[in-house]
Design a protein around this ligand. Structure first.
Ligand code: C5J
Length: 228
C-alpha cells in the first residue's frame, strides 16, 4: 500500500461503498480512557467497560491501514473545560448519579479536558498531524471546527469508528449525513456498553437504503484495500 490515490469497492450494507482514499477520512470517536477504562465516566455510570475494549484490535488494524495509505485521520474527545463553563446543567444533572462530570475519580476529574481519563487510550493514540477535536456534546460537529477541517482537506467520505455506537457514533453520523458526508461505519470498530443498542444503532444507520450511511466489518475494508 502506498500514499497514493486508492479507489476500492467495500462490501457493505445496504450495498457496496465506493471508497476514494483522498476523499475519505478515518474518524475515530471518543476512544478515551474515561469510556474504556475502569474508574472513568462510563464506569461511574455503572457500565461494563470491557465491552468497549473489544473494538481495540480491529481499530488498531484499521488505523495502521489508514496511516499507511496516507489517509486523513481525525480523533475526537468528549469532555469539558476545567471550569465546566461548557457543561449544560441538563447534562450535569442527567441520571442523578452519585459521581458526576467534574468530580474527582481514579483517573482525575471525570470527563474534564487535561485529566488522565480524558486522554485517548495508548493503542490508538494520535500522531503528529492528526487533528484532535474536543467536543462538549455527543455529536462531533456540534460547537466544533470538525466540518471546517474536513472541508479544508477535501473530505467527503468518513470511515467512522469509536464509542459508543448508539450515542456519540450515531449522533455524529447523523450530523455528518445532513452535511453531505458519506459515512461508512465499521461494525467491529464501534462498540457499546449494551450489545443490543450496538446492533440497533448499526441497523438504524443502514436501514431504508442506508438512510444515514453504510455498515461493514473492518475486514471488508481491509480486504478491499489490499486488492488495489
Ligand atoms: C457517551 C459517547 N456515551 N462517546 N459518550 O456518553 O458515546
Amino acid at each position: 500500500m502506498s500514499n497514493t490515490l486508492l479507489m476500492a469497492t467495500v462490501e457493505a450494507e445496504p450495498y457496496a461503498f465506493s471508497l476514494t482514499s483522498d476523499k475519505a477520512a478515518l474518524l475515530i470517536i471518543d476512544m478515551q480512557r474515561d469510556f474504556l477504562e475502569e474508574g472513568g465516566f462510563g464506569d461511574a455510570l455503572g457500565n461494563d467497560v470491557s465491552l468497549l475494549r473489544k473494538t481495540v484490535p480491529s481499530l488498531v488494524a484499521v488505523l495502521a491501514m489508514a496511516r499507511a495509505a496516507g489517509m486523513v485521520v481525525v480523533h475526537t474527545r468528549e469532555g469539558h473545560r476545567p471550569d465546566l463553563s461548557d457543561l449544560a446543567p441538563s447534562k450535569h444533572e442527567r441520571g442523578n448519579f452519585l459521581t458526576k462530570i467534574g468530580d474527582a475519580g481514579p483517573m482525575g476529574r471525570i470527563l474534564v479536558r487535561g485529566e488522565p481519563g480524558h486522554d485517548i487510550i495508548p493503542e490508538v493514540y494520535p500522531v503528529a498531524g492528526e487533528p484532535v477535536i474536543d467536543k462538549s456534546g455527543k455529536g462531533a460537529f456540534f460547537a466544533t471546527d470538525l466540518e471546517a477541517i474536513l472541508r479544508g482537506r477535501g473530505i467527503t467520505q468518513l470511515i467512522v469508528c469509536g464509542v459508543t455506537t448508539e450515542v456519540c457514533v450515531n449522533t455524529t453520523v447523523r450530523e455528518a449525513n445532513d452535511r453531505g458526508f458519506e459515512c461508512l461505519v465499521l461494525s467491529d470498530c464501534t462498540g457499546s456498553y449494551f450489545p443490543e443498542f450496538h446492533e440497533a444503532g448499526l441497523a438504524m444507520i443502514k436501514a431504508q437504503g442506508g438512510i444515514f450511511g453504510w455498515v461493514a466489518p473492518s475486514t471488508a475494508l481491509l480486504s478491499a484495500l489490499s486488492t488495489v
